[in-house]
Design a protein around this ligand. Sequence first.
Ligand code: GDP
Ligand code: IMO
Ligand code: MG
Length: 431
Amino acid sequence: MATVVIIGTQWGDEGKGKIVDLLTEKADYVVRFQGGNNAGHTLVVNGEKYVFHLIPSGILHPGKLCMIGNGVVLDPAVLIKEMEKLAAAGIPVTPDKLVLSLYTHVIMPYHRAIDVAREKKKGKTAIGTTGRGIGPCYEDKAGRGGIRVHDLLDRSTFRQKLEAGIEEKNFILERYFGEKPLDIAAIEAEYLEYGERLRPFTGNVSETLQLAVAQGQNILFEGAQGTHLDIDHGTYPYVTSSNTVAGNACCGSGIGPTRIDKVVGIVKAYTTRVGGGPFPSELLDETGDRIRKVGGEFGATTGRPRRCGWLDMVVVKSSVRLNGLSGMVITKLDVLTGIPKLKIAVSYTCRGHKIDAVPPELDAVEACRPAFEEFDGWEEDLTGIRSWDELPPAAKVYLRAIEEHAGVPINIVSVGAGRNETLIIRNPFDK
Ligand code: GDP
Ligand code: IMO
Ligand code: MG
């Protein structure tokens, strides 16, 4: 039995979805533990593309149980739409395939409205959120005014909580943001209907996981976003509103830290970021444009072009520390083919000082200038490669440099979007 946590080591979109789908072959359970439909996890299986925002990326494998833990913020309409899309593709999502924690907080229409209104008001200093209501929902959770999945199943409690929520949020929307107020009756009817639709899927994720551990099952935890979008450890305030680090797999699903065996960090072979915020190794030139084009670096959730840059080992090394990585997966190595010289940021100079960690102050991160190591590129198409030995020598040197800087072994290298476009050096589920 093994429990493996998958997390992003950069600013999201590292290819977590593809790797979770790949590793689900050996898993019995796949669990989302934080974030919401700000995530966009893309899988390509037998030439078909699937994008999941809420449903765990293990759902395409028959006979596995996917779970949405308490740490997620749930937009029920999005979950239902994803289920319907899968059903239309001949993959019905039934309660024996998906369990939704009763403790999960629900994203309400006023969360989305406030998210969008706040960004608009911020203007130039906007975070560049996905506008999905993620931050305001987590605010209500921390402020103890949130609505959880079990509330949708109880008319009178729901009405009570909704009244309290709407009163406060309409005040803010109208008086502070100058937006239209929301109508309680319409929301009440809509959300009670979602509750009935989702009732058969609700359950206790923590208890199910306890049983799974006792039975020696393999469990995979699917992180969303990336370590540098973490609310505590990321480039605050240009972050998301949840803890994205591996430790939150425990809090966000209800499993104890002694039950986690491995933590695998997904490292894109270069760096991308969507939305605002500092990005020391960003490429604002033709090489950046080329990576965006070849890598298809456009957001799976909002369609925004992703900012692209060189691989930044200062960023990755912080992730090794913050997540206690036991292994790494390098993704999208194929995208770098044909670039004559590759660079990896290995330290920063910040106001005359050499540093090798991301500083806490926003203006200090913005002042960081990376120092690079340079590597020869390669011309070979990598997408057909399935073993380490077949890799071009220059690609091996590049990968070994990543391992050396991180001090963590590479478990898998991904050379294409397809499930099989992968070299498995060591499967984290193997002893
Ligand atoms: P996630 O949010 O971490 O799951 O990543 P996304 O799905 O948002 O973005 C990764 C994108 O790269 C998706 O379109 C994947 O299909 C694609 N992808 C994943 N691994 C590889 C790879 O090794 N090579 C290439 N070319 N594309 C990949
Ligand atoms: P996956 O799981 C990349 C970014 C947004 C914005 C910031 C805050 O696909 O890797 P939010 O809506 O969460 O309040 O936005 O976080 N962001 C992501 N960037 N990948 C993601 O998820 C992201 N989820 C949020 O662009 O900068
Ligand atoms: Mg994504």
